[in-house]
Design a protein around this ligand. Structure first.
Ligand code: HEC
Ligand code: HEC
Ligand code: HEC
Length: 116
């Protein structure tokens, strides 16, 4: 019982510390992890901090995590046609969505399909 409480306290403290750290280098909306339609896709505001907020908000994305997955056709085909992430990730402004799968897909997928 005592052990459970200690373990839970540690988990809680790590969680709090993590959230504080995440808030510290919060460049706009912080780290976004998309779970739909596939799990484990990352978008890090900090890695896009050279850009202006208005490059993405609110034409490409609402300032509301999860809204693109709800409202738009959030697919690779749409991105290849210049929608959402594909507005920049076209191999010109930034690395292409036609390759580099694992730069964005860090989560579980059928990785055999992701090798370049
Ligand atoms: C390169 C594109 C891009 C830039 C630049 C950008 N954002 Fe975002 N932002 C996103 C995306 C993508 C999401 C998630 C939208 C979604 O899930 O539909 C998001 C979400 C957000 C959210 C919501 C976070 C949440 O947890 O709900 C806020 C707030 C936000 N951005 C603020 C900013 C601010 C402030 C700036 C400028 C300092 C900025 N963003 C710059 C792409 C960008
Ligand atoms: C610039 C970042 C980025 C790159 C590079 C990228 N993806 Fe995606 N991918 C996304 C985002 C964002 C979504 C939609 C959000 C989600 O599904 O969590 C997505 C969704 C998907 C989906 C589900 C929707 C659909 O189109 O059927 C598949 C499958 C997929 N990606 C495969 C790939 C493969 C294979 C590659 C490499 C050829 C790749 N992706 C490269 C960001 C990327
Ligand atoms: C307004 C332009 C723009 C949009 C929209 C955009 N990106 Fe980027 N992204 C960039 C630029 C510029 C870089 C840095 C240059 C490069 O790596 O090619 C970058 C870098 C990245 C990186 C590499 C970070 C690293 O580790 O260095 C990832 C991952 C990424 N973007 C994912 C996404 C995803 C996912 C989306 C859509 C939700 C998205 N980006 C939308 C411009 C954009």
């Amino acid at each position: 019982m005592k052990k459970t409480i200690i373990v839970l306290s540690i988990v809680f403290l790590v969680f709090v510390a993590f959230n504080c750290l995440a808030a510290d280098d919060d460049e706009g909306g912080g780290l976004i992890v998309f779970e739909k339609p596939v799990a484990g896709v990352v978008f890090d505001h900090a890695k896009h901090s050279d850009l202006d907020c208005s490059d993405c908000h609110d034409d490409l994305f609402e300032q509301d995590a999860g809204s693109t997955a709800e409202n738009k056709d959030f697919t690779m085909k749409a991105m290849e046609e210049g929608e959402t992430c594909g507005a920049c990730h076209d191999g010109d402004t930034a690395f292409s969505v036609k390759k580099n799968c694992v730069k964005c897909h860090i989560g579980k997928m059928n990785t055999s399909k992701l090798e370049q």
